[in-house]
Every structure is written in structure tokens, then in C-alpha cells.
Design a protein around this ligand. Structure first.
Ligand SMILES: [Zn+2]
Length: 466
């Protein structure tokens, strides 16, 4: 087997992956704060780390994957006040929606999906320890991590001290001895959720949550810690600081996680996609129109570390690629392949083991499906199907039967054509009324039915997309 290489954000280098324990690979990735529908950025993180885990499961016999849920947070409290619901109601509602949307993207549930509120006791104990050892201090009912107690702070992001201060999420508050100190525990108001602690009624800070849950569930050191690039600083630097001080391993950053992996931003019209900028693109809007596999492949189309420019043509292109491979699979129907002990040809494996180089893997796949010989004998067909099934297991695509995939296209009976004509009429009317949002929605609906429309001087023309 080729060496598995992954880019380690802490060394800024591609490294050969050497497991802490090859019989149990342990992975943690920071999950969402559940107070709203998932946006495309959330989906990219979930799809990227689901794919990393699937690749690890291909390479190793046992993988444990933890991805947390932040169910206590200022944004959840804000939402609960707006909607006049409890925080628990808000977080449970959106967690359920999140998981059902991820399922549509063929993202498997992590082995553990811990909720922050289930780990508050452990967080209190860890904070108490940090305070007793002089790494944290209490001021105005807040507990803060003292960054000056950990001289190598910022090792992951390698930011200068000035940038660390400027990048802190919270404005410099009176309770901070130093501006870069971060909150481990803060007081809750009477109407806010909280827990009794040695420092009064309050709630944990976000950075403590991941450090506590990752350490408790996976034990340290574990193999891979992942998350979006925006979490590198301060969130992940803060996790390292707490863990190294807690374990008294201040000089050994690898005592927490050995490899750090970060997925790039999703950008829309050159702007960073993040909730704070307000240009939210909700996953649910895309899942209304496109099959989840199309969205999954679109999310994997750029290398996971690169920015992903989210455009409609990117999605259309992903659909075309899937159509092509489902067409190949339909030609291989009746060829039986056992779905266990599948291995990839060395060349293809090398692409995926090279820090998940999916576009290179697709170049290889394109080459073999273009080769007539691949379809010439039953042995060759079996071999091709075996390769595609293995890719399916690793990339989470080709999960449907070709018949199901193409069902919208092959049902060309009168009823369907009538339905399409009606949608086109509705769209014409919407355009006449200058309701362009509705017109656009209807066009997307038609695309989803496999219909391409063209506006011409003689009216609207449509055709099935091949
Ligand atoms: Zn986290």
C-alpha cells in the first residue's frame, strides 16, 4: 500500500501519516453551532471530513470519528429569545435538520456526536485544574486562560502577538489582564442557561468545549484534529494551549493532536462565506433543487485546502460528471462485485493518498472509462465496477442505482411533458410579472427534472439534457 500523506497545518507540510495506534485511528472535527439551517460552508466541512474518515476507513481497520455539536452559545440564546423557545428546543430542532441534510449529502453520522451541554461537568473540572496550576485566573466571575502562562501560544496559526490581539473574537474587556486572554467560563444571566460552578452560575466558553470532549472521548494524543480554516485561530490555538497546560506538556504540541487539517473557505463572488458577513447560502435551498450527491461532488470539486468558489456552473458541471459515471454504471449492470475487501489500483490510490487529490483521481477514472477495453470482457467489466465501487465507498458518490439516478429523464410520457409545459407557462407568467425570484426557482425546478430551457425570439424552447 502507498503511504498516506496529509498536509499538517502545524508544520505547514505534507507529511506521511503515522498513526498513534494503527489499530484505532482517532479523528476529531469541530462541528456546527446549531441555531439555524446549515450553510454551504458547514456542508463543506462535514463533507471534507466525512471523506477523510472514509479514506482512513479504507486504509485502516478501525477508525473512531468524533464531531461535536455546540448547543450552548450566545447565538443560540439570541435565537431562543427571538423565537420564544428554550435553547434546548432551538438546538434540538436545528440538530435534527442538520443531520437529515447531511444524510442527503451521504455524510455518515460520526461515531460520536457529543453535545457540549453533556460535558459541562468535565469542563468545570478541567478549568478548575488549569486555575489551580496557575494557567487560568478568575476576574469578575469570568475565568480566563492566561496566555502569558504559555509562552508558545499561537504555535498553530503562527500569528504575531499583534495579530493575535487584533484577531481575538471579543473586544478587550475589563476582566482581561491581557487582551489575548480567552474565556473559559462566563457568568449567565438569570434567564439564560447555566450551571452551578465554583465561580458561580454560568456557562463554558466555546474553546473549552472541544478540548474537553476530544480529550475525554478520544484520549490524548489522538491522530487528526480538523475543522474549517477560520477555526485555526483562535479556536484551535486555544485548544492546544489548554491541553498542553492541562497535561503539563508545554513543549510538546503533538501531545494533543498529531495532525491538524483545515478545509478552505467557500467563497461566493470573491467574498468569504461566513454568517457574520450576512451572505448566507443555505444548503436546504440547494437540496430542494439538486440531488445531494451533486452538491457533495461540487463541494469536493476544489482541493479541500483551497478556497471553493461556489457557482451554479460548478453544480451543473458536477451533475454532468455524475451523469457520465452513472451511465458507465448502467453499462455495468448485472456485473456482480462483492462490496468487501475492495482495493484500488495503485495509481488511483496514490492520488487519493496524496492529501486527497480528488481531481487527479478523476483524471485517472476518466482515462479508464474512455478506454474501450474496460468494457470488452466480463473480467475487465468486473474490474472497472470494482474500482467504481471502491471510489463510491471513499468519496460517498455513486450510491444510487443508475435507474434511480436517471428516472427523471427516462419517464418521458405525456403526463411528464404536460407537467414540464405547465412549469414553463408558470415561469413565463412570473417573468411577465417581473417576479424574477419565482422565475429562477421554476427554472431550477426544471433543471432538476433534467430539462434545459432556452429563451428565444419565438418563445421558450426546451430539451432533455443528455
Ligand atoms: Zn472546536
Amino acid at each position: 500500500m502507498n503511504d498516506l500523506k496529509i498536509y499538517n497545518s502545524i508544520s505547514n507540510k505534507k507529511e506521511i501519516f503515522i498513526p498513534v495506534d494503527k489499530n484505532n485511528i482517532r479523528v476529531y472535527a469541530c462541528g456546527p453551532t446549531v441555531y439555524n439551517y446549515a450553510h454551504i460552508g458547514n456542508a463543506r466541512m462535514a463533507v471534507v471530513f466525512d471523506t477523510v474518515v472514509k479514506l482512513l476507513r479504507y486504509a485502516f481497520p478501525n477508525v473512531t470519528y468524533v464531531s461535536n455539536i455546540t448547543d450552548i452559545d450566545d447565538k443560540i440564546i439570541q435565537r431562543s429569545l427571538e423565537e420564544k423557545k428554550t435553547c434546548k428546543q432551538i438546538s434540538e430542532t436545528y440538530l435534527e435538520i442538520y443531520n437529515s441534510e447531511m444524510k442527503k449529502l451521504n455524510v455518515d453520522l460520526p461515531d460520536y456526536q457529543p453535545k457540549a451541554t453533556d460535558y459541562v461537568e468535565s469542563m468545570i473540572n478541567k478549568i478548575k485544574h488549569l486555575e489551580n496550576e496557575g494557567f487560568a485566573y478568575c476576574k469578575d466571575r469570568h475565568i480566563l486562560f492566561s496566555v502569558s502562562s504559555f509562552p508558545k501560544y499561537g504555535m498553530l496559526s503562527k500569528r504575531s502577538k499583534e495579530k493575535q490581539i487584533a484577531g481575538s473574537r471579543v473586544a478587550i474587556e475589563s476582566y482581561k489582564k491581557n487582551p489575548e486572554d480567552f474565556v473559559l467560563w462566563k457568568p449567565s444571566k438569570k434567564n439564560e442557561p447555566g450551571w452551578n460552578s465554583p465561580w458561580g452560575f454560568g456557562r463554558p466558553g466555546w474553546h473549552t468545549e472541544c478540548f474537553a470532549m476530544a480529550s475525554d472521548i478520544l484520549k490524548t494524543p489522538f491522530d487528526i484534529h480538523g475543522g474549517g480554516l477560520d477555526l485555526k485561530f483562535p479556536h484551535h490555538d486555544n485548544e492546544i494551549a489548554q491541553s498542553c497546560c492541562f497535561q503539563n506538556t508545554k513543549d510538546d504540541f503533538s501531545s494533543y493532536a498529531r495532525y491538524w487539517m483545515h478545509n478552505g473557505f467557500v467563497t461566493i463572488e470573491e467574498k468569504k462565506m461566513s454568517k457574520s458577513l450576512g451572505n448566507i447560502v443555505l444548503l436546504k435551498d440547494y437540496l430542494n433543487v439538486y440531488n445531494g450527491e451533486v452538491i457533495r461532488l461540487a463541494l469536493l470539486s476544489a482541493h479541500y485546502r483551497s478556497p471553493l468558489v461556489w457557482t451554479e456552473s460548478l453544480i451543473t458541471q458536477s451533475k454532468k460528471i455524475l451523469d457520465k459515471f452513472y451511465d458507465v454504471l448502467s453499462r455495468l449492470e448485472g456485473i456482480e462485485v462483492q462490496n468487501d475487501n475492495l482495493t484500488l489500483p495503485s495509481e488511483l490510490q496514490r492520488c487519493l493518498f496524496d492529501d486527497l487529490n480528488i481531481s487527479k483521481a478523476f483524471a485517472y477514472l476518466n482515462k479508464i472509462v474512455r478506454n474501450k477495453e474496460s468494457f470488452e470482457t466480463d473480467k475487465n467489466k468486473k474490474n472497472l465496477k470494482r474500482i467504481l465501487m471502491t471510489v463510491s465507498n471513499i468519496l460517498g458518490i455513486f450510491k444510487q442505482s443508475p435507474k434511480n439516478w436517471f428516472k427523471n429523464k427516462i419517464k418521458i410520457d405525456n403526463m411528464d411533458i404536460k407537467n414540464i409545459e405547465e412549469l414553463i407557462q408558470k415561469r413565463n407568467l412570473a417573468r411577465k410579472n417581473k417576479d424574477y425570484n419565482l422565475a429562477d426557482d421554476l427554472r431550477k425546478k426544471l433543471i432538476n427534472l433534467g430539462v434545459e430551457i432556452q429563451d428565444s425570439p419565438d418563445g421558450v424552447k426546451w430539451k432533455w439534457v443528455n
